[in-house]
Design a protein around this ligand. Structure first.
Ligand code: SF4
Length: 294
């Protein structure tokens, strides 16, 4: 019993009232957090309340914050059976937290059909093996040389595209909800990255944007990026925000922005920003390739 702040991502808000009812029936006082919540990085706390962060897996150690991941217990074998003809011998297995607990069954199934299957190890920001996040595909990168292909089980293209892009390997996506199976093509990401970078051509000053969300706050590395830019002759300014949106950067008189917050902002939303936006890892490349020193 106690005071609980219930926080859910947009896609699971339809469950909020049912969950709140259950918690209240056990004698808890409940406040539902109504603002948007993007990921395990985006944790809200209120004085006197214990936060129940629902949907995502544990990323941060924050006092009085408990994560409760949303799991889907759907049988994955039917969709993996469909993907089987597309898979070469050595298969790396990855998913999101909704299905990663079922990857052991997928491994057994594939191995009973003559494949070698490796579940990706736990990434730095993930909570368990098999899991990838939009900001962490390091588990897949770690085994890229041991597999011929990655089989990503889940919905949406962002995660498998990230695996394909950062490992350089073929990725097959199998969606257990729609039963769709497809080869994932990272060409779109590669082209978009080149276009984003070329837009930063000629930039002479930079805003380095830091989100203050607890799992996105990269103030220290933003400071290092600023130092590097300034020592190379480019004025650079740290801009702190809670939640970033294109309108918040409109008034700043710099030529380009480096976004140290969620990488999806740059990769998914770059076209919505008035000025070029870059990932931190792209700064050096852009300076060397495109930007002309003042
Ligand atoms: S930083 Fe972005 S991709 Fe990573 S957990 Fe947060 S919302 Fe998800």
């Amino acid at each position: 019993m106690g005071k609980i702040l219930l926080q859910l991502p947009e896609g699971l808000k339809t469950r909020a009232i049912k969950l709140a009812k259950e918690l209240k029936s056990k004698g808890n006082e409940v406040v539902i957090w109504g603002e948007r919540c993007y990921g395990a990085c985006d944790v809200k706390t209120l004085p006197g309340y214990r936060t129940l962060h629902y949907g995502h897996s544990k990323m941060l150690d924050i006092p009085n914050v408990e994560y409760e991941p949303w799991r889907i217990n759907k049988d994955l074998v039917p969709v993996v059976t469909k993907a089987l003809p597309m898979l070469p011998k050595k298969v790396g297995l990855a998913s999101t937290i909704q299905h990663s607990h079922k990857l052991g069954e997928v491994k057994d199934f594939l191995e009973s059909h003559g494949k070698t299957a490796i579940i990706i190890p736990k990434g730095a920001r993930c909570s368990e093996e098999g899991q990838v996040l939009g900001c962490d595909v390091s588990g897949a990168v770690a085994i890229k040389d041991d597999v011929d292909v990655f089989l990503f089980i889940g919905t949406g293209l962002f995660h498998p595209m990230g695996i394909a892009y950062y490992t350089g390997k073929e990725v097959v996506r199998a969606d257990p909800i729609t039963q769709e199976v497809e080869d994932v093509d990272a060409t779109k990401w590669i082209k978009a990255r080149a276009l984003r970078q070329s837009k930063a051509m000629g930039a002479k000053s930079f805003g380095v944007v830091v989100s203050l969300k607890p799992g996105q706050n990269q103030m220290e590395s933003a400071g290092k990026i600023c130092e590097k830019l300034e020592s190379s002759g480019y004025p650079a300014y740290i801009i702190a925000v809670d939640e970033l949106s294109p309108d918040k950067l409109l008034g700043f008189d710099v030529d380009a922005f480096i976004i140290t917050a969620c990488p999806r902002i740059v990769i998914d939303d770059w076209k919505n920003y008035d000025k070029p936006v870059l990932l931190p890892e792209e700064v050096e490349e852009v300076l060397n390739t495109y930007v002309h020193k003042m």
